[in-house]
Design a protein around this ligand. Structure first.
Ligand SMILES: [Zn+2]
Length: 80
């Protein structure tokens, strides 16, 4: 199916089957867009932090993965 990148709006081929992990960069078209979006909201969230410890990054990524899991369930509902 086609999917529109959540960041840049590019329409790209989205391939995903039930029971498989979501594409690495979903819902973005590329690793670049994924990283840009992650960095954007991390900067807002932790703007006063002097440094960004690895622990915070992985916590942020876990939040992102949780969001992606919800999106995955939604996509599954639409395809069945
Ligand atoms: Zn994009």
């Amino acid at each position: 199916m086609k999917h529109t990148c959540s960041l840049c709006g590019t329409v790209y081929d989205f391939v995903w089957e039930k029971g498989t992990p979501l594409p690495k960069n979903f819902p973005f078209c590329s690793a670049r867009c994924k990283a840009s979006d992650l960095a954007k909201w991390i900067n807002e969230e932790y703007a006063i932090s002097e440094a960004l410890p690895d622990a915070i990054l992985s916590e942020a990524e876990q939040e992102l993965l949780a969001e992606l899991a919800k999106l995955g369930a939604h996509i599954n509902d639409e395809s069945t």
